[in-house]
Write a protein that binds this ligand. Structure first.
Ligand code: FAD
Length: 392
């Protein structure tokens, strides 16, 4: 059997970062992946420009059943650290929204940087390789792959989550965790568009393609970001963000005019321009097509002078707390991330190793740490990859 110090399963964001880090420590590193090319999700991320980190990332930007777990790794490898690496490779980037850094040119730059780092660190990346069996041996682990057996002292699982199966996502990491007796927390799609009941979908159909800034709330979470109506349902950053907190049966409360004091505005308008309509008010603050279609949907007609105080209160309530019950989400087919996964209570927050088996590591999306939209998920992949790479 060919011997390695470290074998990493998964040539994605976390796996490649871990490989370079371990390689620079002088470890003999091999990365295995079943796909034909490494880092496919990096290439498709951020609309092809890869939102590779978020300068404002803090542990509060992550969901986990064990919220303290991510703190240590995120503190030891920061967005600034990754940015320095990007700058060293001369990759041009831009801040598209506050803190969100994207490649100016292409996500390919980030993948090439990681592959270059692996090469400089002497880490080998082998694609189109499927691991049939993992066996624990005295000195570590034996992996059965098509071409024979491989052994390693340390084994790192970086096979990611379940989102976008067409990009090669599998449940492999969860199966390995189960094989070694670890608990898996229920998984579900996160950062994913909502689908709507047929009736509401048809009513909103005329709004398809329209985007407007909203404040959406579900449980105790809310996000003030753009919402996009699509021909399938509701999307855009606001909806993707809140989807990670939504559970089947929950309603969303959408404030369509988060920058306005709606009731005061309408009372004021009735006094100063009694002939104006609610549609007039909406077109001042919302994209015209959205304002008209939403007004039609609600059946608001006639000048404001015909509205009693209680009518105005009701209109303000609909605009400020538009309640929608999604039918569901688009699921793993289009989700950016997978919530849940390997329970972090059984892992070391310093090294990402299994507490009972210090030579077995889990990093990246396969573990129960999921970031908000905006570069946080890659930051977790880098930070957890470095933490494991410094130990494996
Ligand atoms: P991955 O990058 O998914 O890598 C896992 C690797 O394991 C893959 O190469 C896969 O082929 C391999 N693998 C899987 N199963 C097996 C197996 N059985 N055997 C061998 N190999 C296997 N996050 C951001 O922070 N910013 C963004 O802009 C952003 N945009 C995104 C856009 C889209 C469309 C999607 C889907 C996700 C986006 N994300 C973004 C999330 C981000 O891509 C992931 O959080 C991140 O890639 C997780 O890294 P990972 O290394 O854990 O897993």
């Amino acid at each position: 059997a060919s011997q390695y110090d470290v074998i990493i399963l998964g040539a994605g964001a976390a796996g490649l970062m871990c490989a370079a880090t371990a390689g620079y420590r002088g470890r003999r590193v091999l990365v295995l992946d079943h796909a034909n090319k490494p880092g496919k999700k990096i290439l498709m991320s951020g609309g092809g420009r890869c939102n590779f980190t978020n300068l404002n990332s803090t542990p509060a930007n992550f969901l986990s059943d064990n919220p303290h777990y991510c703190i240590s790794a995120l503190k030891r490898y920061t967005p600034q650290d990754f940015l320095e690496l990007v700058d060293r490779h001369g990759i041009e980037h831009e801040e598209k929204a506050p803190g969100q850094l994207f490649c100016k040119d292409s996500a390919k730059d980030i993948l090439n940087m990681l592959l270059t780092e692996c090469e400089w660190a002497g880490a080998e990346v082998r694609m189109k390789t499927t691991v049939d069996r993992i066996t624990e041996i005295d000195s570590g682990y034996r992996l059965s792959v098509g071409s024979g057996d491989l052994t390693c002292e340390s084994l790192v699982i970086a096979t990611g989550g379940l989102s976008i199966p067409t990009m090669g996502a599998t449940a492999f990491g969860y199966r390995v965790a189960e094989q070694f007796g670890l608990d898996i927390l229920p998984t579900r799609a996160g950062l994913v568009p909502f689908t709507l009941q047929p009736e509401l979908k048809d009513q909103l159909a005329p709004l398809s393609g329209v985007s407007c800034p909203v404040d959406v709330q579900c449980h105790d979470q809310h996000f003030r970001e753009p919402m996009l109506v699509t021909h399938r349902g509701l999307s855009g950053p606001a909806m993707l963000q809140i989807s990670s907190f939504w559970e089947p049966g929950d309603s969303l409360a959408i404030d369509l005019l988060p920058a306005c004091r709606i009731k005061d505005d309408l009372l004021n308008l009735r006094k100063t321009r009694p002939q104006s309509t609610i549609a007039n008010y909406l077109t001042q603050h919302l994209p015209k097509r959205f304002a008209q279609a939403f007004n039609e949907l609600q059946g608001w007609t006639g000048p404001l002078q015909g509205y009693k105080n209680s009518d105005i209160e009701q209109v303000a309530d609909v605009l400020g707390h538009w309640s929608i019950k999604p039918a569901g989400t688009e699921g793993y087919r289009t989700a950016e991330v997978t919530l849940g996964g390997v329970d972090t209570r059984q892992l070391s927050s310093k090294t990402m190793a299994v507490l009972e088996k210090p030579n077995l590591y889990f990093i990246g999306e396969v573990v129960d740490v999921t970031g908000h939209l905006g570069g946080h998920n890659f930051q977790w992949a880098w930070a957890s990859g470095v933490a494991a790479g410094n130990s494996a």
